[in-house]
Design a protein. Structure first.
Length: 209
């Protein structure tokens, strides 16, 4: 089964509470999503490979550690996942960016793909799929299935809020994909929304409602 990491850092918990508050403005919501993503990336990328390199400081030559290969890709699930991309790139500006487009049928809750554009060397990269919400898990499962079909072998999923149902579904469908989240909430309601949740992340990021 997938390894699930829940972040208990006080800054992440504080900023997640800001996201939940209905009076939080679109601007503050976007900024908080970006900041939480940036903080979470430290842990999600903890095991990136390092190599020894020789450098020259203002005083002497020495051997230090740098990232080996630098082969990373961040893939947001459109549209809400776009709000997490800048936070990721603030930490790893060398990462390539792919895009997966999914929309959820509000009646059946089934996700429908409509767009997939990935770096051509996706099979050589550590891929971090980002989406603020992991609700039923359908969109994440389908997105990761598409990415695997393109040859990717090292995939991680990063979200802000997750429902137990979504974690269970994603873990069963893709047990090789580790899951990172800021909070695991209580449940899904009858409409497939996370409770207590934070509303529709896409609408709150882009101000469309």
């Amino acid at each position: 089964m997938s390894k699930v990491t829940v972040f208990d850092h006080p800054l992440i918990q504080h900023k997640t509470t800001v996201l939940r508050m209905k009076e939080t403005s679109n601007k503050e919501f976007r900024e908080s999503v970006e900041e939480i993503t940036m903080l979470m990336c430290y842990e999600a990328l903890r095991d990136l490979p390092l190599e020894d390199v020789e450098i020259e400081t203002p005083l002497v030559k020495t051997t230090c550690k740098m990232l080996a290969g630098k082969k990373l890709a961040v893939v947001p699930i459109l549209r809400a996942g776009l709000g997490m991309v800048n936070g990721f790139l603030n930490i790893m500006p060398i990462a390539k960016i792919g895009h997966i487009g999914m929309y959820r049928d509000e009646e059946t809750l089934i996700p429908h793909p409509y767009y997939c554009k990935l770096p051509p060397d996706i099979d050589e990269r550590i891929v971090v799929v980002v989406d603020p919400m992991l609700a039923t898990g359908g969109s994440a499962i389908d997105a990761i299935t598409q990415i695997k079909a393109k040859g990717a072998k090292q995939i991680r999923f990063l979200c802000l809020i997750a429902a137990p149902e979504g974690i269970d579904a994603l873990s069963k469908a893709h047990p090789d994909v580790d899951i990172y989240c800021a909070n695991i909430d209580e449940k899904l309601n009858e409409h497939g929304y996370i409770v207590p949740g934070l509303g529709d992340a896409g609408d709150r990021i882009f101000g469309t409602k």
